[in-house]
Design a protein. Structure first.
Lengths: 123, 384
């Protein structure tokens, strides 16, 4: 086999290990719910939280028939921009029925959340 | 801002690292621990972005390819930049500390960025006239010697391992392992930069090389100040012990990653300087020609174009002159830039000077490269 072919094969293998592009999570936290460029309204689901199942770690948004898993790697962010407060990291306990949320999925089947933004509004 | 806004004095930019070493703070791994969790990066140029932003996995923005929030696209990049750099306070409250760009503004910023610089790749090899640059090009293209063209195909930002354009890829080349970068020599605490992702994998994007010579310093941490230093890095232990260096060595009959002698390093650098000068000449030429026949009412636009043309031509002159390359071309470029500048001052009456500037520019180009009929990728932007 020619050396160039060997090189191509090895470097393609290296390429295969190269990660896919993704949206930067650090800044995402500071983007209000529904305003993420290229994602909101296209690749995310926005709606009110209808049900939360803490045992299975899943939530259901109103109008969406199935549960979405929230895993330990899922980022949960509190969108407090309506309160003019800094957005912050949150947890499962912040996923409360009735609150508006936006979910970005890890998979095309929309079964697992990569991140969830929960909107906190004035009472 | 860190110098003038009390709210941004801590946990924002580091004035000394910014002003002395051109390094900007990025909180790519989160904003939870501003004192300890950050990286210091150089500001990459955005020229030829249209040729360099695409990868098999989607767009690559910023030094580690993950600079944009949202869908990670170039269009979304400005949103991340506003949140990181344009905040009034470290609380970063949307609508209070910053305003996010509108959809129309994002569209415009993306279009503007994509319009800058080269819109197409070169077609190497070029019929270069200079001995050193010609030899440098041969080393560059030699996959058993320079090995540069594998990852920087046609001196761009895309890889081609023999099966066609693979787009922009990221590599761990060990730049971060250099023990003594200028900024680290300062004694300032600079955390290790782990590249793409959180936690990072040590990989950084491949930048285009045509634009390199007049946009120093080099690498994500401004580790190299000169073109020669940047090429020489690939001889270093840091590179040859890196994943990328080890891969090249494993494929080499002698087990060598990259090992160029000092003359070869200078030759490759000369090649990169010459193609940068040619790109500056191309841009200068297009700007000069854009002013011809526009009439009196285009005075302001013409003057702006001619000022810019003089700067591009000046860049070409400096890039060559710094390494003692093509002294006759350097003299022609100096005169061309001078004529372009005066053409701008004289308005409609300056057109003869612009014509002379073009002639000097053509003559300078002819010193560097032959065969204008050859498809080089350098003709774009020239009016027939």
């Amino acid at each position: 086999m020619k050396q160039s072919n060997l090189l191509a094969g090895a470097l393609v293998a290296l390429l295969a290990s190269t990660p896919l592009a993704y949206g930067q999570k650090a800044a995402e936290q500071f983007i209000p719910l529904g305003q993420s460029p290229g994602l909101s309204g296209k690749q995310t689901l926005i709606g009110r939280i209808e049900a939360v199942d803490p045992l299975s770690g899943s939530i259901t948004l109103a109008g969406e028939g199935h549960q979405v898993r929230v895993t330990p790697t899922t980022h949960i962010w509190l969108d407090r921009s309506l309160l003019q407060l800094a957005n912050a990291s949150g947890g499962m306990a912040d996923l409360i029925p009735g609150r508006r949320a936006e979910i970005k999925f890890t998979d095309t089947n929309r079964r697992e959340a990569e991140w969830v933004k929960v909107e906190l509004a004035a009472p | 801002m860190a110098e003038f806004q009390p709210a941004l004095k801590q946990g924002f930019e580091h004035p000394r690292l910014m002003r002395e070493f051109g390094l900007i703070r990025e909180n790519l791994d989160g904003f939870d621990d501003l004192d300890n969790r950050f990286v210091m990066r150089s500001v990459p140029h955005v020229l030829a972005t249209a040729t360099s932003v695409r990868s098999p996995g989607g767009p690559r923005t910023g030094w580690s390819g993950d600079g944009a929030p949202g869908d990670g696209s170039l269009r979304a990049f400005a949103v991340g930049a506003v949140i990181q750099h344009f905040t009034r306070s470290l609380r970063r409250v949307p609508g209070v500390d910053f305003r996010l760009p509108s959809d129309a503004e994002l569209d415009a910023l993306e279009a503007f960025t994509l319009s800058l610089g080269r819109q197409q790749e070169l077609a190497l090899p070029l019929p270069l006239k200079g001995t050193q640059a010609r030899r440098g090009q041969a080393i560059y293209l030699d996959n058993n010697l320079g090995k540069c063209n594998l990852c920087h195909a046609n001196a761009g930002a895309n890889a081609d391992f023999g099966a066609g354009n693979l787009g922009n890829l990221s590599f761990d080349t060990g730049v971060e392992n250099l023990p003594e970068t200028p900024a680290r020599m300062s004694g300032e605490g600079i955390p290790r930069d782990d590249g793409f992702g959180t936690p990072g994998n040590g990989q950084f994007n491949t930048p285009p090389l045509v634009e390199a010579a007049d946009t120093p310093p080099f690498f994500h941490n401004n580790a190299a100040q000169t073109m020669e230093g940047a090429v020489g890095f690939y001889n270093s232990a840091a590179f040859n012990h890196s994943p990328s260096g080890r891969l090249l060595a494993s494929l080499d009959a002698k087990g060598v990653g990259i090992n160029l002698d000092s003359g070869q390093v200078e030759a490759v650098a000369a090649f990169l300087r010459v193609i940068n000068a040619l790109e500056n000449i191309r841009q200068g030429d297009a700007l000069l020609r854009a002013t011809l026949g526009n009439g009196f009412f285009a005075y302001a636009q013409n003057r702006e174009n001619l000022t810019q043309a003089a700067k591009e031509i000046g860049d070409a002159r400096r890039v060559l002159g710094q390494a003692g390359l093509h002294p006759h071309a350097v003299a022609l470029l100096r005169e061309s830039a001078r004529l372009a500048q005066w053409g701008g001052y004289l308005g409609l009456f300056g057109e003869p000077l612009v014509q002379r500037a073009l002639a000097q520019l053509d003559a300078a180009r002819a010193e560097l490269i032959g065969g204008t009929s050859v498809a080089t990728g350098l003709e774009q932007g020239r009016k027939p």
